[in-house]
Ligand binder design. Structure first.
Ligand code: PGA
Length: 224
């Protein structure tokens, strides 16, 4: 199974979410649909419900993910959204993104708790790592390797280098799926989809525009 995961980060308002779906659904009318590739959209949590309704309305072949979940269960944790709450709308959650490690002081212990909460709620974690030395919990089956210097910079890591990391991670931890993330766009997507051990991509900036994202998907599916 291949994966294309869109991470909208803290972007878009309600009108822009509607507009994106309107544009994307028109492009997808006769567009690429492949049973071998899972398309996963991770919008800001406040739009999970809206996105679920729009996916249904336009009958899009797309699943949802959260960008983050609470390390705690339901209860007195002001501002947190639990894995079980996310599970009502989504099938996946990104966990341990470098922006959360850096800006919200998330450490390995907290990230492990998030992975446990996700598992308990029936959510699949997409665990972000920055390299071979980031600890990986045995409960994780999908890894997103995102070298810090490649995120949002327009300087992606060469696919051959990411492939070497994929081999290392898979043999060390036995994870099922390895995704690459960091400045993936419609121009470089094919190089990642050509690699044997890279099972997909995590896309930030290039997923914000419906046409760019559609083109990226189209390229990926014509490569694999
Ligand atoms: P980018 O972000 O594609 O904009 O580099 C990727 C990510 O951080 O998930």
């Amino acid at each position: 199974m291949k994966y294309i995961v869109a991470n909208w980060k803290s972007n878009k308002n309600e009108g822009e979410v509607n507009e994106w779906f309107d544009n994307f659904s028109k492009l997808m009318t006769n567009g690429p649909i492949s049973s071998g590739c899972e398309l996963i959209l991770c919008p800001p949590a406040v739009y999970l419900s809206l996105c679920r309704n729009l996916i249904k309305k336009y009958m899009l072949p797309m699943l949802l993910g959260a960008q983050n979940i609470s390390p705690f269960n339901v209860g007195a944790y002001t501002g947190e959204i639990t894995a079980s709450q996310v599970r009502e709308f989504a099938q996946y959650s990104i966990v341990g993104h470098s922006e959360r490690r850096k800006n919200f002081c998330e450490d390995s212990k907290m990230i492990d708790e998030k992975v446990k909460q996700a598992k308990k709620a029936g959510l699949k974690s997409i665990l972000c790592i920055g390299g071979l030395d980031t600890p990986i919990s045995p409960d994780v089956s999908i890894i997103a390797y995102e070298p810090i210097n490649a995120i949002g910079t327009g300087h992606p890591e060469e696919s051959s280098e990411a492939e070497a990391i994929a081999e290392g991670i898979k043999s060390k931890y036995g994870v099922e799926s390895f995704l690459y993330g960091g400045s993936v766009d419609e121009k470089n997507i094919s190089s990642y989809f050509q690699e044997e051990e890279i099972d997909g991509v995590l896309v930030g900036g290039a997923s914000l525009d419906a046409l760019k994202f559609y083109n990226l998907i189209h390229k990926a599916l014509s490569t694999s």
